[in-house]
Ligand binder design. Structure first.
Ligand SMILES: *Cc1c(COP(=O)(O)O)cnc(C)c1O
Length: 474
């Protein structure tokens, strides 16, 4: 492709992206293709000769955001400062901007008192695996600190402790915590939650789980607390958890607490939610995905640690080919030591574009719209107690509901039929959850193009389908 062809293709792409967004409502909301549909449509192997752009372009029906276009244009690997100073430094700057916008405690800022800072990963799962790895090494270093460095004794003790390590998360925590434990080869134990505490993990439940594990000779070293669980957007009791863990905070038994706010973290941009961040000063790390609700295209997961040394000591490698005067003298940040891969994408450009083009106020207005629409749906559902019950009230743009029925079995069965019926139509795509044996429909309103008219239309469909269920003769 020469520069003239590129110019034409890129301009045409912009027209298409604009068209796509303007007409997004006319597309099916979820794909109706069958598994395996694609392979028969494609050649069995890659072409040997180049294809013209017109042929490739015909297969692309998907928009890419402008920042991705630029990022692709620069196409660097960006693993250390020397190969991409602008990429490295822009990331430090925008992560500080973002931390301030969410009112994270100052310990998470790059210039903060505990030498913390933020880094952009691809996904929350990657963020959780990475911080769990840092937590493991921090714990092992602390419990073997009294033994002579590089001794066989220390090595043996380290491996012995490794076999007893336990990572914890609530029953509502996202499966990525369990998966991280699986990858790292440590045990995973669930902290129970219940409906009386709105499915939040309490300090008392954490204290009990930790005491039980220690009584069995096991060593809990890590806990995921959630700000907005996947099932019902519950927020764990951060203050209660901080309090029960405070006796061992700062000792060798210190349990690393990571706050996973992958979805709901975007709502911290609203001042009314910012008091939630105060207890994070007692914890070790925090992540959220701007690509979920903060108008940033996939992928972009923002993660902060209270002390960057924890990440660097677990993940740093210094082969000769990566050496340079800036890194050797620790004058710069090398983000390769804050993540699993070596190379990295220019993701900060997306955040930089988003933060500047919407401004904090524009982002607040977007988040508030999603929150208000969730509340609007909840109010409508409450106007029909003959048909619906609210399972968990609107929070962070998520409402969960159930269809009325005589007993739990009937409620579960009716709710599931309504849910399946709506999804089969293809106009809306709802998700469901099963919490402590209760089936509920999840409705998420935090999507940019969703407006009150869509919420009204969904409600009308829910009324029609639930009405048919409830009206049926037994
Ligand atoms: C979506 C989500 C995740 C997983 O996110 P990925 O970035 O896809 O790994 C983890 N935790 C919570 C609370 C989520 O909502």
């Amino acid at each position: 492709m020469d520069s003239q062809e590129f110019r034409e293709a890129a301009k045409a792409a912009i027209d298409e992206i604009t068209e796509y967004y303007d007409n997004v409502a006319s597309h099916r909301v979820v794909s109706d293709v069958k598994p395996g549909y694609l392979r028969p449509l494609l050649p069995a192997s890659a072409p040997l000769d180049p294809e013209p752009w017109s042929a490739i372009h015909a297969d692309v029906h998907y928009p890419a955001a402008l920042a991705e276009m630029y990022s692709n244009t620069f196409n660097g690997a960006h693993f250390n400062w020397i190969c991409s100073p602008a990429v490295t430094e822009l990331e430090t700057v925008v992560m500080d901007w973002l931390a301030q916008a969410l009112a994270l405690p100052e310990c998470y800022l790059s210039g903060g008192s505990t030498h913390g800072g933020g880094v952009i990963h691809g996904s929350a799962s990657e963020a959780i695996l990475t911080v769990m790895c840092a937590a493991r090494d921090k714990y092992l270093n602390a419990v073997t600190a009294g033994l002579p460095a590089d001794s066989e004794e220390k090595e043996e003790a380290t491996w012995k402790h490794r076999s007893k390590l336990v990572a914890m998360g609530s029953a509502g925590a996202h499966s990525s915590t369990k998966k991280a434990a699986q990858i790292l080869g440590v045990r995973f134990v669930t902290v129970p939650i219940d409906e009386d505490a709105s499915f939040a993990m309490t300090g008392a439940a954490v204290a009990k789980t930790v005491a039980d594990l220690r009584a069995r000779g096991l060593e809990p070293f890590y806990l995921t607390a959630s700000l907005g669980t996947t099932d019902v957007a519950a927020v764990d009791d951060f203050a209660g958890i901080a309090e029960v863990l405070s006796p061992t905070a700062g000792t060798a038994q210190d349990i690393w607490v990571h706050v996973d706010a992958a979805y709901a973290g975007s709502a911290l941009i609203l001042e009314e939610n910012q008091p939630l961040t105060t207890p994070l000063a007692h914890f070790h790390s925090f992540n959220f995905n701007p690509h979920k609700w903060l108008l940033t295209t996939f992928d972009c997961s923002a993660v902060w640690v209270r002390s960057r040394a924890w990440l660097i000591s677990a993940l740093s490698i210094k082969p000769h080919y990566l050496r340079n005067e800036f890194s050797d003298n620790e004058l710069v940040t090398d983000y390769r030591d804050w993540q699993i891969p070596l190379g990295r994408r220019f993701r900060s450009l997306k955040l930089w574009f988003v933060l500047r083009s919407y401004g904090i106020r524009g982002l607040q207005a977007h988040i508030r719209r999603g929150v208000v629409l969730g509340e609007s749906l909840e109010a409508k559902l409450k106007s029909r107690p003959d048909l619906f019950s609210i399972f968990t009230p609107a929070r962070f743009g998520l409402v969960t509901l159930r269809v009325a029925g005589a007993d739990e079995d009937e409620v579960n069965a009716r709710t599931e039929r309504v849910y399946e019926g709506i999804n089969a139509d293809g106009e809306f795509y709802l998700t469901s959850t099963m919490v402590n044996g209760k089936f509920a429909i999840r409705v998420c309103t935090g999507v940019e193009r969703v407006a009150e008219e869509h919420v009204q239309r969904l409600f009308d469909i829910l009324v029609e389908r639930a009405g048919a269920e409830v009206g049926k003769k037994a």
